[in-house]
Each structure stands twice: as C-alpha cells, then as structure tokens.
Design a protein. Structure first.
Length: 182
C-alpha cells in the first residue's frame, strides 16, 4: 500500500509540474508583443544564420549573414524572400510561418496539446495543421521560445534555433514593408 501511495504522489507531482511548465510558457508567450533574436536555420541540410525581429501578429523581418544580402519579410499578408539575385513573393497563408507567427494560434495549440520534456532541458509541443507538421521548442527553465521545426506538404524539413532573444523592445514599424523587386 505504501508503494502504491508513493507512485500515486509521484505521478500527481509530475503532472502538476508539467501543468506548471505549460502555464508558465503560456503566460510568457501571452506577454510578448515582439522579440528579436539571432537564428541558425537548417533547411533540408542547408544551414544559414542571421537575425530576425517578429512583431505579432504575423510580421517578421530577417537579415541573413550571407554575401548576397538575403532578407525575409512578412507584412502579415505576404512573404518576400529577396537577395541580390532573386526575389520570391508568396501569400503568407501558404507558408508554415503563417501559423508560427500567429500567437493566438500557437497559444491555442499549446493549451490543447500535450507537451514532451526532452533531456530535462526542452519542452516541445507537436501539432499538425493543413498538412504542415510543426514542433515548437521552449526552454524548460525560463519558458522562452527557443526554436521550431516544420515539415511542409512537400516534406521540406526546416529547423530554426533561436539565441540572444530580446523581448518587447521598441522596433521600427517600417522594417515590415515588403522590399521591391530589382
């Protein structure tokens, strides 16, 4: 009987601790209006680095550390990826970023998804939406977003790691204006 009671307490405290982690992640995410960060991205084995600013809802500006002056910009409706020698324009709703940049969508998914703890360091939430697989990673200690992984309907795998995150700073609103084609 003592063994059963101990296991019951252990299970209850583990569930309580997971609920506390999830609640802290939700609380932190709700308080974020914008954030900037450095990133390392791996898309199907091709690695790139740079820095980004995200402004909710659905705005992002990223400058890549590449010689070709690559930038990625979303004004909330469309997504432009521009470099010295290329220009791509997409409706945002057709990209995985449409979901990742939607704070209310992410919060709703977190509330309704079971989390996993990895190596006592990371909390991961996994969900599928419109044939897109999304994993969002948070730090288990400070409950901050540290990255995401997406797989689109063409099975393109993209992993993005965040570092040097700065929350709720004053940002220039005009950085989210779509760059013009050459």
């Amino acid at each position: 009987m003592k063994k059963f009671f101990f296991i019951f307490i252990l299970i209850c405290s583990t569930n309580e601790s997971l609920a506390s982690i999830k609640n802290n992640i939700i609380k932190n995410l709700e308080a974020i209006e914008n954030f900037s960060f450095n990133f390392e991205q791996n898309i199907n084995g091709k690695k790139e680095k740079g820095n980004c600013v995200i402004q909710y809802p659905k705005k992002i500006y990223c400058k890549y550390d590449l010689k070709n002056n690559k930038i990625l910009v979303s004004n909330g409706r469309s997504l432009v990826i521009k470099s010295d020698n290329s220009y791509y324009h997409y409706p945002l709703k057709k990209t995985p970023l449409n979901l990742i940049l939607d704070k209310n969508f992410v919060l709703n998914k977190i509330r309704n998804t079971n989390e996993e703890i990895i190596d006592d360091k990371y909390v991961i939430f996994k969900f599928n939406e419109n044939e897109i697989k999304i994993n969002i990673f948070f730090d288990v200690k400070n409950f901050q977003l540290i990255g995401w992984q997406t797989e689109d309907l063409y099975q393109n795998l993209s992993i993005t790691y965040l570092s040097s995150v700065i929350l709720n700073q004053k940002i220039k609103k005009n950085i989210f204006i779509k760059p013009m084609q050459h």
